[in-house]
Design a protein around this ligand. Structure first.
Ligand code: SF4
Length: 313
C-alpha cells in the first residue's frame, strides 16, 4: 500500500477501538483469505460492513483516472470470470457474517460492533464492473442472495443481522447508457438498490485531465441523467490537485451546472453528493489531496445552489 496522508497526532490520541476503526477504513485491500472476487470493507460511506465484489482483478477499466489507486491496467493479465465461483464466495461470506464469526476475526474483531453491521453487497473493485460481459448474471445472482437473506431475517430485531442490506453498484458511469447494463441494473437494484456514480468534472478539459477516458464527457452526463431517471443515485466526486493544478472557479461553476442537470432529471432519486480527496499515494505521481477548507467551500457551493445532502470524506 502507498503512503497514507494521515494526521499522526490525532491518531495517537485515539482509543484502541477508534484506531481499529481508522485502520479498517484505511484498509482498501481487495484480498480476503483465499477469495478471488469477494472481500469485506468497513466502509465509512456505507456506514458499516460492505461486502465488495471485484469483477476486475485484471484492473480493466474504461477510465484511467489520474488518482486511481489500482494503477494502470498494463501488466495485469486478463482474468476470466467464473460466475459460479463469484456466487460461492458471496454466499460463503454472507453465511460467515450471519454466523457471527466475521465480527470476531482478524483486525475486524477490534472494531466496534455497530461499525461492522452488514450494510451492502457492492460491485466495486479494481476496475469497472459494467464492462464485464458477466455483469448481468452476477447482478441476477446478487439479487437472489439478497432475497434469500431477507427471507431468513424478515422482521429481524437482531442488530447484528438486520432484516436487509442494500445492493450497490460503484461505477464511473461510462456504460450506464447501454441497454444491457440498464436491464441488469433493473434486477440488481429492484429492492433497496443504489448506484454510486462518479462525476469528477465540470468541463471536458478537466475530465480529460482527471479521468483520462476515451468516452466523451457528454456521454457521461447523458448516462447519469438516464440512470437517475430509473434508480437512486449518489454522486461521488474526487477533488484533487494534478501536477499543481486544482479545479478553478469556472470548473466548479460548470460542475455545479452538471450536478443540477442530473438532480433536476429526477430529484427524488438524488441520494447525496460524496466529496472526497486523495488519502493515499496514487499510482500517478503529482496527484495530491486538497485542503479541508477547499472541500468545505465546494460543499457549501453545492448546498447553496441545490437542496441536496453533501458529505465530505
Ligand atoms: S474509474 Fe475507478 S478503477 Fe477506473 S481508473 Fe478511475 S478510479 Fe481507477
Amino acid at each position: 500500500m502507498g503512503k497514507t496522508y494521515q494526521n499522526d497526532s490525532i491518531f495517537s490520541s485515539m482509543t484502541e477501538q477508534e484506531k481499529a476503526l481508522v485502520a479498517a477504513w484505511s484498509d482498501h485491500s481487495r484480498m480476503w483469505k483465499d477469495n478471488k472476487w469477494v472481500y469485506p470493507v468497513i466502509s465509512r460511506r456505507a456506514g458499516g460492513l460492505s461486502i465488495g465484489v471485484n469483477l476486475n482483478p485484471d484492473h480493466k477499466c474504461s477510465f484511467a483516472c489520474a488518482y486511481c489507486q489500482s494503477g494502470p491496467q498494463d501488466g495485469h493479465p486478463s482474468v476470466p470470470i467464473d460466475v459460479d465461483e463469484v456466487e460461492k464466495e458471496l454466499r460463503n461470506f454472507v453465511e460467515f457474517y450471519e454466523s457471527g464469526e466475521f465480527a470476531k476475526c482478524d483486525f475486524f474483531g477490534k472494531v466496534a460492533e455497530d461499525k461492522k453491521i452488514i450494510k451492502d453487497l457492492c460491485l466495486s473493485g479494481d476496475g469497472e464492473s459494467t464492462i464485464v460481459k458477466e455483469f448481468p448474471e452476477v447482478c441476477r445472482r446478487m439479487r437472489q442472495i439478497q432475497k434469500e437473506y431477507q427471507a431468513r431475517h424478515e422482521g429481524s430485531s437482531d442488530p447484528q443481522n438486520p432484516a436487509s442490506f442494500k445492493l450497490r453498484l460503484i461505477t464511473n458511469a461510462s456504460q450506464l447508457g447501454r441497454d444491457s447494463v440498464e436491464d441488469a441494473l433493473s434486477t440488481l437494484l429492484e429492492n433497496d438498490g443504489e448506484i454510486w456514480a462518479k462525476l469528477d468534472a465540470g468541463t471536458e478539459e478537466w475530465y480529460r485531465k482527471i479521468n483520462r477516458s476515451p468516452v466523451k464527457f457528454e456521454t457521461i452526463l447523458a448516462n447519469l441523467k438516464k440512470a437517475i431517471s430509473c434508480h437512486p443515485i449518489c454522486i461521488q466526486t474526487m477533488l484533487c490537485s494534478i501536477r499543481g493544478e486544482i479545479p478553478g472557479e469556472t470548473e466548479i461553476l460548470h460542475y455545479l451546472e452538471n450536478l443540477e442537470q442530473v438532480y433536476r432529471t429526477r430529484p427524488e432519486h438524488f441520494v447525496e453528493v460524496q466529496l472526497y480527496t486523495v488519502i493515499r499515494q496514487t499510482a500517478t505521481p503529482d496527484v495530491f489531496p486538497l485542503e479541508k477548507e477547499f472541500m468545505e467551500q465546494v460543499a457549501k457551493k453545492i448546498t447553496d445552489s441545490l437542496p441536496v445532502k453533501v458529505r465530505i470524506f
